[in-house]
Design a protein around this ligand. Sequence first.
Ligand code: GLY
Ligand code: MN
Ligand code: MN
Length: 448
Amino acid sequence: MTVGLAHYIERRARLAAQMQPGSVAVLATAPEVARNADSDYPYRHDSYFYYLTGFTEPESVLVLAAAQGGQPARSILFCREKNPEREIWDGFRHGPEEARLQFGFDEAWPIGELDARMASLLANVPALYYALGHSAALDAQVAGWLKAVRAQGRSGVTAPGTTHHLFGILDEMRLLKDEHEQGLMQRAATISAQAHVRAMRAARPGMAEYELEAELLHEFRRNGAQFPAYTPIVASGANACVLHYNVNDRRMLDGELVLIDAGCEFDGYAADITRTWPVNGRFTEAQRRLVELVLQAQEAAFAAIVPGQPYSAMHDAAVKVLAQGMLDLGLLGKGKFGSADAVIAERAHQQFYMHGTGHWLGMDVHDVGAYRDVTAAGKPSRPLLPGMALTVEPGIYVRPAPGVPEEYWHIGIRIEDDVIVTDKGCRILTGAAPKGVDEIETLMREAR
Ligand code: GLY
Ligand code: MN
Ligand code: MN
């Protein structure tokens, strides 16, 4: 039996319980994608599919039939058959029978039988739960199944009269992380924090950014993480002011900062950490002032993460601190703005802080789930609930501009941690990666 099997069975039961009685949900995993000639991109399952099955083989489809009358809900897997020859080339496949036993499905069939079986699985079913538009290939298949069911109309068979967007239910389920997920997220966060420490220890002026990227990837993989959760950003000097820089090919100079935004994916769950520190191990005064401002903004954001309070409160709290800091450091010119509130009203802080303070985190680094209550008037930011996972990532990015003190030019700083909302506030998953000025200087000095 697969690890955590009960969690996948329980999630399927929870989904089925939210479906119309007797209706059917269809969900496919991700396709394999060719890179060129005979090489594929590394295979990564679909997050929704994995959430409900724990099954990582390509060419798999889950069909979930909701309970009706005395009939309990049924989970049906379609997957690749055993194939001794293909298994010599590509490795192990479970095959339907083994997959059924190992992953707790009620039935399992070869993927080649999907079209033939769906016509009867959808007969006399009131509603279909499906993610229309997610895959053009599957959309065409589903259209074929519906046509086949409708063609039986003369013999009294009815086709689904309604379709529902499956991800509407699944996004809300995925937004609240259960205990199993929280454990995996903690593991991804701990490995990622260790990787940041490894990069801090290895850094020396004159090294290339990609040498630090190599340290990160080494630490991810040697701890069993399957992938980076996203392309690592190793941005030294002025590159740190390019928010999605990831070429990582510049030589890092003495006296510069390096901003590293990197996290691994462990058993399907992402971490997302940013740290910014001096390549030579010692912050300059100007660097220290900006880092301390961002840390203060992050503290204010953490304090605003309270169940029942809106998601947006942490961004508002961080922006308030950053705007005041921009005024105090003279970044916004002399006497132009009388208060942080005036800066925010004019959106003047966006010259140096142009992104949000976080996002949902889970299987996807920018995880699913609505940020607003779209059913309420004005669509306000939704209240936080225990079990939600998010990043907290304030920053400041100073590009040269008239009136901006030169000592801050080209400094880009972001400090990003991952948290889970608890009954009282939040629990930080990524605390093992140092971020304070003294902590980092001590660690880097000891590594020399
Ligand atoms: N690493 C992507 C992000 O911070 O949102
Ligand atoms: Mn992030
Ligand atoms: Mn990040």
